[in-house]
Design a protein around this ligand. Structure first.
Ligand code: G7M
Length: 335
């Protein structure tokens, strides 16, 4: 790690600790036992306000004001890192604290706390502050519908929605491409303005265990908003990503035959990017109706028809917290 990266990381640590110290819980927005994640809504109190934790304990004294003091905190239990897995064979399990235990014949199971000096960190904490109402809605438990987007519905409903997205939504992408942030994490770059991209660890991966490697390739060009824009002219770009993702993954010791590459439709951000994961990793983002394998995308354009994605009907799930939801609901009602 460079000295700049080290000081950047320690100042980020200060920012996070400071926000967590000032966070006062208002509501549990959602929980997911599969990914061992909970989403919390709360307020960030003023540092100088002198308010103590107990003054917020009744849960009524705070009204998070979206855009002002509201914060959304995501808490996720981490997978074991390779160092932790290595530590299992070094006698550390002997110092585990066992809470409850059962035993039946050759089978025993228990709950407990593993050696805390070895098994840490054990959680990922992400904070959005100040959180807008959209952030809060997005993380709240949601209603879900399944829609089939024909080319006509794409033109009438989805495309106007995509075109109206404010550029600020993808400012983080431009910050990465212009090396304002995360430049120290970039593992591969092809600077070509037409067929080039950067590859770096996704926000969701802490780079500690290659078994759940999760990288993202973000293209330099700004004119491809989604899968729907891809046609025969983009084959060199798509093939380039497929080929170079092996180089990037190789830096983490993941061989080409262990890669799963896919594109989201609908994505959260309308600037073309490809998810590059270890095939052993399975996450919510790869469910049917959201993840489109890059191999299939290339094949459809190359072997079926170059304008496949302009002619296809594409199905996906929509959540009530998605920005696109209200556009779809309105258009369905009008029918
Ligand atoms: O659903 P969609 O295909 O749009 O996924 C976007 C991906 O970008 C997700 O996997 C996010 O975790 C990832 N991502 C989002 N942000 C805001 C960042 C970021 O600031 N840095 C990095 N490295 N990845 C991000």
């Amino acid at each position: 790690m460079s000295p700049d990266a080290a000081s950047n990381s320690s100042s980020s640590k200060d920012v996070v600790s400071n926000l967590l110290r000032r966070f006062r819980l208002k509501e549990v927005l959602n929980e997911d036992t599969g990914s061992k994640t909970i989403w919390l809504l709360g307020s960030i109190v003023e540092e100088a306000s002198g308010e103590t934790e107990s003054s917020f304990d009744d849960g009524n004294s705070l009204d998070p004001v979206p855009g002002k003091s509201a914060a959304v905190v995501t808490l996720e239990r981490l997978a074991f890192s390779s160092q932790e897995i290595g530590a299992c064979s070094s006698g550390f399990l002997a110092s585990s604290e066992i809470f409850t235990a059962e035993n039946n014949d050759i089978y025993s199971w228990s709950t407990g706390t593993l050696h805390e000096r070895v098994f840490h960190p054990d959680a990922r904490v992400a904070i959005i502050y100040p959180a807008t109402q959209k952030h809060i809605d997005k993380h709240r438990r949601q209603q879900r519908i399944w829609v089939r987007e024909t080319p006509v519905l794409y033109k009438e409903v989805t495309k106007p929605f995509i075109d109206a997205q404010p550029p600020s939504r993808i400012q983080w992408v431009y910050n990465i491409l212009s090396k304002k942030v995360e430049s120290e994490h970039i593992v591969f770059e092809d600077p070509d303005p037409e067929n080039g991209f950067v590859i770096l660890p996704d926000l969701k991966w802490d780079a500690s265990n290659a078994e759940n490697m999760y990288l993202v390739a973000i293209v330099h060009r700004r004119d491809i908003k989604s899968l729907r824009d891809l046609d025969g002219s983009h084959l060199p770009l798509l093939r380039n990503i497929r080929e170079k993702s092996s180089l990037a993954a190789g830096k983490y010791g993941v061989p080409p035959e262990q890669l799963r590459l896919y594109v989201h439709y609908q994505p959260s951000y309308y600037h073309f990017h490809v998810h590059i994961t270890n095939v052993s990793f399975e996450g919510k983002g790869m469910v049917a109706g959201r993840a489109h394998l890059l191999d299939t995308v290339v094949d459809n354009i190359e072997n079926i028809t170059p304008d496949y994605y302009q002619r296809a009907s594409i199905s996906f799930a929509l959540n009530s917290g998605d920005d696109l939801w209200s556009h779809w609901v309105k258009s369905t009602r009008a029918d």
